[in-house]
Design a protein around this ligand. Sequence first.
Ligand code: UTP
Length: 300
Amino acid sequence: MTNENRKVTKAIVPVAGLGTRFLPATKSVPKEIMTLVDRPLIQYAMDEAREAGIKEFIFVTSRGKSALENYFDTAPVLEASLRESGKTELLEVLESTNLESGAIAYIRQNKPRGLGHAVWCARRLIANEPFAVILPDDVIAGSKPCLKQMVEAYEQTGGAMVAAMEVPADQTASYGILDVGEEMNRLVRAKGMVEKPSAGEAPSNLAVIGRYILTPSVLKTLDGQEAGSGGEIQLTDAIAAEIDAGRPVYGFRFEGQRFDCGSKAGFLQATVSFALARPDLHDELSAFLREIVHVGRAAE
Ligand code: UTP
C-alpha cells in the first residue's frame, strides 16, 4: 500500500440527462423517480452507495429534477400523520429516505453535454480524493452491493476502476468497451477504452456499466475534453486518456445481476424480478406470469 488516499466517501450522481427513452413519462417525472415496485430507482442507488461507505452525495441535476430534491428531504406533514395513526412501519420506511442536512449537494448541468461533462460540473466539490460515480439507471441486484465490492477492491489497487460485464458482440455499440490487459481474478487491467464501438471494431466484449471509482486526475483531463461519440463529452474518453498517460485503470467484474433501467425492456425485467423477490407479491405475480405465458404459448 502507498500512502495515497484510498478511502472513498463521496459520490457524484449524474441525473441531468433528458431521459428521452421514457417520454412522455419523463416530460414531468425525473427518470430516477420512476419506481421498481414501490421504490424509485434513485433509492436503490443511494442504498447501494451508503452500504459501500459513501457519506456525501453530489447530484448533478438539470431543470425539472426538483422531485429528486424533495424525495430526500423530510416530509413533516406526512410523517406526523403516519405517527398519529400508529403506522410505525411506514414511518420507518419514510424516515429511511431522509438524508441528514449537508449530506447532499445539488449542482446544475445547464445543458446535457454528456456524462463526462456532467461529472466535470461537480469538480469544485471534490478535493484531492478518490470519488465514486453512480448512474442510477443501472440497478444491480446481488448479495454484496456492487459498489461495496469495488470499494474493497480499490483499497488494494488504487488507480481508477470501472464496473465491467460481458455483453453480446452485437451490443458493444451501446457501451464503453475495455481493451483487456492482464487479468487477476475479478480485476482486469485496462489497456484502452473505446466508447460505443461497432461489433467489428470492439477490442473485447467487456463493457463498462454505471459504477466508477475515479481519481481527481480524471477531472483535470475533463477540463480540456472535447466532444466525442454522439457529439457528447464522454467520461470514457477521459478514462482512456488516463490509460494513455500511464495511470492504472482497472475493470472490475462484479458479482450480481445488472438491469439496464434506462431502457424500457430492462426496466420491465427489473420490475418483474424485484417483485418476484418480494414475499408479499411473489405468489400472486408468479401465478399470473405462469398463466399469461401459458395462454401466450397456446395462442402460437
Ligand atoms: P443516458 O445515456 O441514459 O441518457 O445517461 P439519458 O438522458 O438519461 O436518457 P436517454 O438516453 O435520453 O433516454 C446516462 C446517465 O448520465 C446522466 C443521465 O442522467 C444518466 O444518469 N447524464 C447524461 C447527465 O447527467 N448529463 C448528460 O449530459 C448526459
